[in-house]
Design a protein around this ligand. Structure first.
Ligand code: ADP
Ligand code: ASP
Ligand code: MG
Length: 417
């Protein structure tokens, strides 16, 4: 194939035996003539374990030290995998993010990659070595270790593939591709052979953690060919594509969901110009990201707002809004952190009406109440009570027949002509 970047996630390197299996996969690819760069995550559970250790000692652990701590997880796996490769006579060397010089900004725990010095890696490849790089980490201008946010090893892999102009970036994980929804929640979920980058971007941003959103963004920006594969069984996986290729698109490609949000409502605020800016401006000034927002039509000069934030920001948001609401003359502020967001994603939605209708009807058939709705060109999201999440996702999966393999109409036509 040429040059490939292969990324192995936490479960794929979770034990010594699994690391040996990864080493065999990498060696086989090397022997087939590929130049291979490998990116690994920490062993499964390790990042959470480290975070718990930090939280046991400090209620709000300092970002710089958290990143020093978390980066050790991946440092362990690069060393172990490199040893395993050498043991099976596959020449290899390993690098931490700082050793490569994956330069990032200084936003600890959510740093962005600014630049990668790929030259030394090219030299290693040229010398016939497999290069093993720690995922999820970099270094800032001052030499501080940074990390890229949960799931960030995906982004390391794509960024390295872009810097090295690799022929493909392969994300090996514990499922054999991208599915119509999380197969752990809907066993009937179906693997997709391909998915457009736009759809993948929506799925990642709406909660499907199979690929980190920044990895998909990066891949789109640099046109990196990206594939999701199983580390346990051979197969074609799912290819992320950049063109819609003129083929008939299914209405819905996938369903994403997210349990990480909470909602805050402000009831009975005077409906005057600038009111939204006053309420939401204060929230964003506190560096709290707001996701969905709805404002009701006003009645007798009063209106209501509801918006969602990440659960970790829930209490802070509630406190802030309560404080402000008094000044703004609002009647009531309340919140709910037992909610979930379910989203339908599909480029086929662009040209079809009625998706929302089917969605709302099938949720109501299950007796599920919709609390909030938001739409964009290729997605519809609804907020519902958290306890109905799985029921709702299953009902929608069925209603849109996502378990049924679509008939490849156009391919048939093409072969006839
Ligand atoms: P890794 O540790 O390899 O990075 P992750 O746990 O981050 O793996 O991502 C893989 C998981 O993503 C799967 O085990 C699956 O439960 C979940 N997932 C969520 N949505 C999807 C989807 N649409 N297709 C496939 N997997 C999904
Ligand atoms: N180990 C990190 C995490 O658990 C990064 C990754 O696995 O991609 O989020
Ligand atoms: Mg992941």
């Amino acid at each position: 194939m040429g040059l490939v970047v292969k990324k192995f996630g936490g479960t794929s390197v979770g034990t010594s035996e699994r690391i040996q299996e990864v080493a065999q996969t990498v060696k086989a690819s090397r022997e087939a003539g590929d130049d291979v760069v490998v990116v690994v995550s920490a062993m499964s559970g390790e990042t959470n374990r480290l975070l718990e250790l930090a939280e046991a000692l400090h209620p709000n652990p300092p970002g710089r030290e958290v990143d020093v701590l978390l980066s050790t997880g991946e440092q362990v796996t690069i060393a172990l995998l490199t040893m395993a490769l050498q043991q099976i006579d596959c020449p290899a060397c390993c690098y931490t993010g700082a050793q490569v010089r994956i330069l990032t900004d200084s936003a600890f725990s959510r740093a962005r990659i600014l630049d990668i010095d790929a030259e030394p890696l090219r030299e290693d490849l040229h010398q016939g070595r497999v290069v093993v790089v720690a995922g999820f980490q970099g270094v800032d201008e001052d030499g501080a270790i940074t990390t890229l946010g949960r799931g960030g090893s995906d982004t390391t892999a794509v960024a390295l593939a872009a810097a090295l102009e690799a022929d493909e970036c392969q994300i090996y994980t514990d499922v054999d591709g991208v599915y119509t929804t999380d197969p752990r929640v809907v066993p009937e979920a179906r693997r997709l052979d391909r998915i457009t980058a736009d759809e993948m971007l929506e799925l990642s941003s709406l909660g499907s953690k199979v690929l980190q959103i920044r990895a998909v963004e990066f891949a789109g920006k640099y046109g990196v060919p990206l594939r999701v594969l199983s580390s346990f069984e051979a197969g074609p996986g799912t290819l992320i594509t950049y063109e819609e290729e003129g083929m008939e698109k299914p209405l819905i490609s996938g369903i994403a969901f997210n349990r990480d949000e909470a909602k805050v409502s402000i009831i009975g605020v005077p409906d005057t110009p600038g009111i939204a800016a006053k309420i939401l401006g204060a929230v964003s000034e506190a560096n709290i990201e707001v996701d969905m927002i709805i404002q009701n039509i006003s009645q007798q000069g009063l209106t209501d707002f509801t918006f969602t934030v990440h659960k970790r920001d829930y209490q802070a948001t509630l406190d802030l809004v309560r404080e402000n609401a008094e000044k703004l003359g609002a009647r009531q502020v309340f919140g709910d952190d037992k909610i979930a967001k379910v989203s339908l994603v599909g480029v086929g939605m662009r040209s079809h009406a009625g998706v929302a209708n089917t969605m709302f009807r099938s949720l109501s058939d299950e007796g599920i109440n919709i609390q909030m709705i938001s739409t964009s060109e290729i997605k519809i999201s609804v907020v519902l009570e958290e306890k109905y999440l799985e029921l709702g996702v299953r009902a929608l999966h069925k209603a849109f027949e996502l378990d049924v393999q679509p008939v490849p109409e156009l391919e048939e036509e093409a072969s006839e002509s």
